[in-house]
Design a protein. Structure first.
Length: 334
């Protein structure tokens, strides 16, 4: 979903949504389940890279069908895209996927049918699903969540106060503190590795033109990152906290240095979601045209937008020959 569309949805709400079901479960879909299968893997300008030699797992959102027939799965594969298995599936959609620091828990937003979206946590070892967004008796749009580096707290973006705000909760979703208090749309919080601050998306400065802000817990205030671009949204942060990726002007993936504020384009493929970092911080991965691309983190001096970046590209097909979409790939430890 384009950034402006997402912000507009958050502002207006979904009038056709019904109240949420009382319990989400990780159950079998009524119809047959498709799985992605690798049909090609190829290096581009990176002849000596072999994704099979890299450690960890890929997890991504896999969407098939349309409208009321939409089905969504969380798929886990090897780094080269092989051996797919389903971790979670729902008749509806999944969005805003991220993982705990250790990769043992996944946090994401589920919208089953026309229900209100809910944030849940999935334990990778047991596949147990825990709903953590039931923080209010009111009908609430839950947009996204993030697990703190120590695993003990969460950041949640939801509309329980009317417009989207960001809340600090315990690990079960019980609110400890409302962190933002403004008429703007505040979404997509992501922790810095030291747990002392987080970055989020807000259209505080100009309606429907979001920018990135950093909230500091010690000062209980936030400041703009002041990165170039008419709109900047949905940050992802490297394991050291030095680098971030984000989406600029609704479609361009960018990489920025938090210390120097240098920023470069990392692709020109019309993305509406940011690249994620590998656990060691040496690689970026993102989906493009239903492929997953893995690239070494570029330097700020060498990459130009018109160049074709070095990458490992994994191309998929659907096992049932259905149209499909791959979204938000992340890289976790085994």
């Amino acid at each position: 979903m384009a950034i402006v569309m997402a912000i507009s949805l958050a502002m207006t709400g979904c009038q056709t949504m019904r109240s949420p079901s009382t319990k989400l479960s990780n159950t079998t879909l009524q119809s047959s389940t498709s799985l992605p299968k690798v049909i090609a893997t190829a290096p581009t300008n990176l002849l000596h890279m072999d994704a099979r030699q890299l450690s960890g797992k890929l997890i991504f959102i896999y969407l098939t069908g349309f409208g009321e027939n939409r089905q969504a799965q969380l798929i886990e594969t090897q780094i080269d895209g092989s051996d797919p298995k389903t971790l979670y599936k729902v008749n509806g959609t999944i969005m805003s996927l991220s993982a705990s620091r250790l990769g043992d828990r996944l946090i994401f937003t589920v919208q089953a049918g026309k229900s209100y979206p809910q944030v849940v946590i999935l334990d990778r070892a047991t596949l147990q699903v825990t709903e953590i967004s039931a923080v209010s008796g009111r009908r609430t749009h839950n947009f996204s969540g993030a697990i703190s580096p120590d695993g003990r707290q969460l950041l949640l973006a939801n509309s329980q106060m009317g417009n989207p705000e960001i809340f600090l909760t315990d690990s079960s979703g019980n609110v400890k503190q409302q962190l933002t208090h403004q008429p703007a749309i505040d979404l997509a919080p992501v922790w810095l590795p030291d747990g002392q601050s987080f970055i989020f998306t807000s259209d505080k400065a100009k309606f429907l033109q979001p920018q990135l802000y950093q909230y500091y817990f010690a000062k209980q205030q936030f400041l703009p990152l002041n990165l170039p671009g008419k709109t900047n949204a949905i940050a992802r942060i490297s394991p050291t906290g030095r680098l971030i990726t984000y989406v600029s002007d609704n479609s361009q993936g960018r990489l920025a240095d938090m210390a120097t504020k240098k920023s470069i384009a990392i692709n020109n493929e019309g993305l509406a979601e940011p690249a994620n970092f590998s656990p060691d911080g040496n690689y970026l991965l993102y989906s493009a045209k239903n492929r997953i691309k893995i690239i070494p983190v570029p330097t700020f001096e060498s990459l130009r937008l018109q160049q074709s970046p070095a990458s490992w590209t994994i191309e998929f097909a659907d096992s049932n020959h259905q149209p499909f979409t791959i979204r938000e790939p992340i890289w976790v430890t085994p």
